[in-house]
Design a protein around this ligand. Structure first.
Ligand SMILES: Nc1ncnc2c1ncn2[C@@H]1O[C@H](COP(=O)(O)OP(=O)(O)OP(=O)(O)O)[C@@H](O)[C@H]1O
Length: 613
């Protein structure tokens, strides 16, 4: 009996993990089964819902997964529709098959226009609101342009407001004069193409590419601190989404046999996020479910796919959704299902205190040196950073080398964190230079400095809370190894070193603050850094953990250059390293901790006394 229950739970878990794969198989099966009895008119209307679902999928990739609400998806959709149709109008009479021309053309033009817009958005490092507005402006621009654009391209005549007509329907045979498919056949064809596109997206987003996109959504800075050039990933996923929208547009044109500038209208642009929200943001399948739910509802209420009742229905549905189903239909079903499964996060409570075996750590560090080369020196010359009237880094000239750990101390606001941030490129300095090894890194972006060997742990633990513990380590290790197997090996060793094997499948957000600090340190170690910057790593740790951390830092310093910012003077003492006191962004005093503790001037700045304040 117990075994049966376990087996059923195991099966349910497997199904839950692979539900995304089951969806296109079921959808295709249902479409094929329905083909024998479905009313041709319903098949015709339902085809448009599938196409809108595909358009929604393109948005879900960039919004639900990438974190950017693009109102440009209908622009890529319209462009794909226009260009795909121009090619189909000219080529189909000669060769038959329309989709073989229009789908690739739609996808290529959709991808190319998205790549151009994405490059502007991401390389200019626009904020989310700016990016949404720019994408919307792009759509409006096309709407306005196509209103007055009258041009003939071969047999295709674009008539401005009158649009582009005579677009051939869906023809699959390769011969002149081949017949268009009937509505039911078109429905099945569109479902199969959409299921294939969906499967490709599901597969891609399940792999390392999708993980990196998820990481960028959760914490772009941390993703860059792992050494990923996030802008390339963002442009790539935006282009992929553009390709899917373009392909959907080409299918829409073949379905409607007609296109006009209203495809770029405000109403069209705003419908897409609604499909995604209703279905479930970030679920991929939700876009189709949302399009079917809204399309089906308005169809049965007699309004047609975008008919008179639609606005009212959408308004009510959206209000109800915001009130009761925040994760949309698919998200809600997923959540209910997940509740029936064993709670993987329960293991977070069983995690004992971290106790690092020095032998294991040494082994990891020796191997890291073999793979990534010897430790590097970090030096700054007259480094200067200003925020308005505040100068947190004021012409700091310092060099750090392997051997003993370096500690940066100083009162609150002395500029310790700002100095580390200027070293790694989170803050771009106004003057001075940063040199990593022999390379001037002053103007290098964060990810390049990380690739040069700089590893950083910021003050707050930066972990990807929605990912599991082993996924966090693996994505960090992959940034360096670029090989999934090698990354899995590295992350497994770090996981074992931290004693987190039982917590491998726990969501990182379920860990305690101290455990998150260790996970963050583990992620930095996965990068095999040659210079390590740790900003208040002991914050939130117990005394026992702080002792472990001290031993770890001392071991690290024998293999790499280590700089630690700390307030905990007892911790700094145990590091037995070189200490630099910063005050008002400048080096105020240096030495070992015993000397500095006895130095009246240092006490003065800490206690806010006398002339040194
Ligand atoms: N992004 C920023 N914009 C404006 N001012 C900033 C910024 N970052 C830091 N500062 C200012 O620079 C000064 C130094 O801050 P910083 O965090 O580097 O000090 P700190 O020595 O690390 O302090 P703490 O020990 O409290 O963390 C502060 O006055 C702070 O307000």
């Amino acid at each position: 009996m117990t075994r049966d229950v376990n087996r059923a739970t195991g099966l349910s878990e497997k199904l839950y993990e692979n539900a995304g794969l089951v969806f296109p198989v079921l959808a295709t099966g249902a479409a094929l089964a329905a083909a024998s009895f479905i009313d041709p008119y319903l098949a015709y209307v339902a085809t448009s819902w599938v196409i809108f679902g595909l358009l929604g999928l393109s948005l879900d990739l960039v919004w639900g997964r990438g974190g950017l609400l693009s109102l440009g998806q209908t622009a890529f959709y319209g462009l794909g529709g226009y260009f795909g149709s121009i090619l189909a109008i000219n080529m189909a009479p000669l060769t038959g098959n329309t989709l073989v021309w229009s789908l690739p053309a739609g996808a290529v033009f959709g991808a190319a226009s998205a790549a151009a817009l994405g490059a502007i958005i991401f390389f200019a490092r626009m904020g989310p609101l700016q990016a949404t507005i720019l994408s919307y402006t792009f759509t409006l621009l096309l709407w306005s342009l196509t209103q007055s654009l009258k041009i003939s391209v071969g047999q295709a005549e674009i008539g401005g407001d009158n649009g582009l007509s005579n677009i051939p329907g869906v023809v699959l045979a390769f011969r002149r004069g081949a017949e268009s498919l009937d509505p039911v056949e078109v429905f099945v064809t569109v479902v199969i193409v959409s299921a294939a596109v969906y499967f490709l997206c599901w597969w891609l987003m399940r792999g390392t590419f999708g993980r990196v996109i998820d990481c960028i959504r959760i914490d772009p800075q941390k993703t860059e601190l792992l050494g990923y050039d996030i802008r390339k990933y963002q442009v790539a996923s935006f282009s992929l989404a553009g390709a899917i929208a373009g392909l959907a547009g080409a299918m829409f044109a073949a379905w409607a046999n007609y296109l006009n500038p209203s495809i770029f209208s405000v109403q069209e642009a705003l419908l897409v996020p609604i499909y995604v929200l209703v279905g479930g943001l970030g679920t991929l399948a939700g876009a189709f479910v949302g399009a079917f739910a809204i399309g089906g509802l308005s169809y049965y209420l007699g309004g047609g796919a975008v008919g008179g009742q639609t606005t009212l229905i959408l308004g009510i549905v959206l209000i109800l959704l915001v009130l009761f189903l925040k994760n949309g239909l698919v998200g809600a079903i997923g959540e209910l299902w997940r509740r029936t499964l064993p709670d993987a996060n329960a293991a977070a409570r069983d995690a004992g205190a971290v106790s690092i075996d020095p032998g294991v750590l040494e082994g990891i560090l020796v191997e890291a040196a073999e793979q990534a080369g010897p430790a590097k020196r970090l030096a700054t010359v007259d480094l200067y950073k200003q925020f308005g009237g505040v100068i947190p880094v004021n012409k700091v000239t310092r060099a750090f080398e392997p051997g003993r750990p370096y500690s940066l101390i100083g009162p609150n606001g002395a500029g310790k964190s700002s100095y580390l941030k200027a070293c790694v490129g989170i803050y771009m300095p106004e003057a001075g230079s940063v040199v990593v090894g022999d390379v001037d890194a002053t103007n290098a972006p964060i990810f390049e400095r990380v690739r040069q060997g700089v590893g950083v742990k910021n003050q707050k633990p930066q972990i990807f809370g929605e990912l599991t513990v082993d996924e966090n380590l693996a994505i960090a290790a992959f940034a360096r190894t670029r090989d999934r197997q090698a990354a899995a090996d590295v992350s497994r060793r770090i996981l074992a070193m931290l004693g987190f094997e039982q917590q491998a499948k726990v969501q990182a957000s379920a860990l305690s603050h101290g455990q998150q600090q260790w996970l963050d340190i583990g992620m930095v170690l996965c990068l095999a850094p040659r210079v390590i910057l740790l900003d208040e790593p002991a914050a939130g740790m117990t005394n026992e953990e702080t002792r472990e951390l001290s031993a770890l830092v001392r071991t690290l310093a024998r293999h790499t250059t280590v700089i630690v910012v700390e307030h905990d003077m007892e911790f700094v003492r145990t590091l037995e390293g070189h200490v630099t006191v910063l005050h008002h962004g400048q080096v105020f005093a240096e030495g070992d901790i015993a000397e500095l503790r006895a130095d009246d001037r240092v006490l003065d700045i800490y206690l806010g006394r006398r002339e040194h304040v």
